[in-house]
Design a protein around this ligand. Sequence first.
Ligand code: ARG
Length: 580
Amino acid sequence: MKIPQDWIFEKLKAALSEKFGQTDHIPIVEPCSNPSFGDYQTNIAFLMASQLKENPRKLAEEFARIIGENSVTFYPEVGGNGFINFKVKPKAYLNAFLAIRSDPRLGIEQTKEPQTIVIDFSSPNIAKELHVGHLRSTILGDVLRRLNLFLGHRVIADNHLGDWGTQFGMVLLGYKKYGNPLDLAEKPLEYLEGLYVRIQKEAKESESIKEEAKRELQKLQSGDSENLKLWDVFVHASLKELDKIYQKLNVKFDYSLGESVYNPMLPGVVEALLQKGIARYSEGAVCVFFNKDFPELVDKPMLIQKTDGAYLYATTDIATLLFRLSNWQAHKIIYVTDSRQKLHFQQLFALARLLGINIQLEHVYFGSILGEDKKPLKTREGTSIKLRELLEEAVNRAYQIIDEKRKDLSEDKKREIANAVGIGALKYADLSQNRILDYIFSWEKLLSLEGNTAPYLLNAHVRICSILKKAASSSCGSTLGFTSLKFETDTLHPQEIELMKAVLSFKYSLFLAAKENSPHHLCNYLYHLAKVFHKFYEQCPVLGASTESSKQLRLAFCDFTQRTLSLGLELLGIEPLKEM
Ligand code: ARG
């Protein structure tokens, strides 16, 4: 289903080939940076002219002439810099809107080239509690999963649990020295983490404790049955707790294949890399050295086996990559971790190239969550904040606000709403930030009804739902059928046109968010849409519209905006409440 933006894109492509014959140039059509210039702009003439050493303005004028005035746009305007600006005819917006308004997918078709996309996210090191740092990977990855699924790809969400690392040496030793099964059963993660912290502290003071912990790890990794049995208990206890958090966040995985799964493959991986001459021994360890094809890695070898024979995080990731290729035929793998792992993934991706692996590999990294003091978010005591507690606090704070405002609701209903608002607000505060930047966490801001927040969007959604409800039950009672309606374009109000333009660009916000793996584009879009809707609603009476057909059209705008907000929120993993 074509919207004006698609149409302009196609006209431009046709104009390009008319002028240059076959060309690989793909015009980018985006909303005008300055709305007084028009609706959409393209810099294609500017780009091509600088390549061909021509005058950009002249080239732009030539394209404008080829496209001319037509059923969708007025005669294109050329800016001084060679940008071409298009103003869409109201009728074209209306036609596009009427064509998609009954489509459950809101006019967004599934991709014709579905890919298998593996998304590796959340992936905490277990036997420790989830901390606030894990929040970003978990919810970012979840949104990428939802988005790509909606766009029609085959998505495999894989939680690459850290279930085999050094923390288990500490926990095993701690449990053997101080542990007891009753405490473990009661609060597994908290308890294991306590043991971990205790041994870690002891190990800092005593070399022999450090050695002992290392021995426990080695015993585990070489298959000692007592340690394996304990490990299994720890892993299951951790997973149970983790699941509770994922449930609260409404985050799902297709697989949770932890590092331990790949352990048996590691000797083979190192052997194969040695044989191919990609890795070599260096001072007793095995390393991959990169040549000048990878300039930023020339003096940064990748260690894959230590002198004592131990394998590393990197070795496991190589095995994992090979597994995902051969078992799942992945076209693309997305890894969601914080930005401190940039070098690790640069090395992994470079190694994949050396192995002749040409699929898309993307490291989707993110910055830190900071406290109001601009330092990494910590509890007042200076320890890291547990994710479980953060979620509880979000829900409690939302509850207090709702309890105050909605005395009329039942207790259950209030809890239900508080849950959705609290978790939604927490997610949105994170997702609405450009992920590569650090951001400052503030309860006041994220729960505010004003500004780019989840409560603001939810409130807009709730308001529209109540307008639609009123319309359906009002005695003059024309409910929304998708009958063919006839409308006069010259009676359209400017805010109606703005609103159509806004709902129609939902598709491009999804494309951009998916292409850049950056949900904040979708958040910005939804915020814009909600604001445009408010303005429309202020200026254009819906139920009190002057004619029946205008009322029907305005109701259709309300309905479509509601569905857009609802789908947008769902793609962000936020429950689109109908009441709040
Ligand atoms: N467990 C790691 C950590 O907590 C993240 C793993 C990310 N995924 C991967 N395939 N390396 O830092």
